[in-house]
Ligand binder design. Structure first.
Ligand SMILES: Nc1ncnc2c1ncn2[C@@H]1O[C@H](COP(=O)(O)OP(=O)(O)O)[C@@H](O)[C@H]1O
Ligand SMILES: [Mg+2]
Length: 227
């Protein structure tokens, strides 16, 4: 499949959800969510705990499929891709930051950051990985393992890993939710600086109103949809 054919323009969204629904057993989490995100825009998704924010993010990032409705990247429905094609599309275009960092414990910081490029088949991921570790202030800790790093440091590694393949879209799921207030503010600042520097489109799930206020648009999830 040719991913460049429908390159988004100012007029077309890079990402959209149309009437997206998702249940887990009898729990109906999302009920007809509609949203779209334009290239270069940053959008915050707010909502109470359990309102379905993480579920929606995993659908938007193609980690799961909805029960009904369509998620499109660059106009192309994610359901139309095979497993490998979708993995490649995601690897090239989407970076994800999780609340719990999700670093690989047996790999050093540098190896964690190199990993997405290695999966994409790049032979020499080191230079880009080192540049990003430097940018997030962790070059001196490159050879350390996750358990040797603080929460804020682990999240900086995760940010570098999310950006190493030069994605167009950044997803972040409560990226500062596990950090103390001062560290959260630093990591937030770093995320927004990198969004600007790397020219990213961003979808940030949060219940931190300060973080949300730094986004161009705020959507609030309530009773399974935006309203
Ligand atoms: N894999 C799953 N299996 C069963 N229930 C789930 C699963 N993931 C989420 N849920 C349920 O879906 C609802 C929304 O969860 P989630 O999307 O994590 O909300 P939020 O991120 O807004 O806190 C909750 O009731 C949660 O218990
Ligand atoms: Mg969540």
């Amino acid at each position: 499949m040719y991913f460049g054919a429908l390159a988004s323009t100012a007029a077309s969204p890079i990402l959209s959800a149309e009437k997206v629904s998702k249940s887990y057993g009898v729990t109906q989490v999302l009920q007809g969510v509609d949203m779209s995100v334009r290239t270069g825009e940053s959008v915050a998704i707010l909502g109470q705990s359990g309102s379905g924010k993480t579920t929606l993010l995993s659908l938007l990032a193609g980690l799961e499929h909805p029960d009904a409705g369509t998620v499109r990247f660059d106009g192309q429905g994610l359901r139309g891709f095979g497993i490998d094609e979708l993995a490649r599309l995601r690897g090239r275009n989407m970076g994800v930051i999780f609340q719990e960092y999700h670093l690989v414990p047996s790999l050093t910081a540098r190896e964690n950051v190199c990993l997405p490029l290695e999966i994409l088949g790049e032979k020499k991921p080191g230079a880009r990985a080192d540049a990003l570790l430097e940018r997030v202030g962790l070059a001196p800790r490159a050879q350390h393992y996750p358990h040797q790093l603080s929460g804020g440091e682990q999240q900086r590694v995760a940010i570098a890993r999310a950006l190493v393949a030069k994605p167009r879209l950044l997803f972040a799921d409560e990226p500062t939710g596990n950090l103390d207030e001062a560290t959260a503010a630093e990591v937030e600042g770093l995320i927004f600086s990198l969004i600007a520097e790397e020219g990213l489109t961003a979808v940030i799930v949060t219940h931190n109103r300060e973080l949300a206020a730094r986004c161009a648009r705020i959507l609030t999830l309530h009773l399974g949809r935006f309203g």
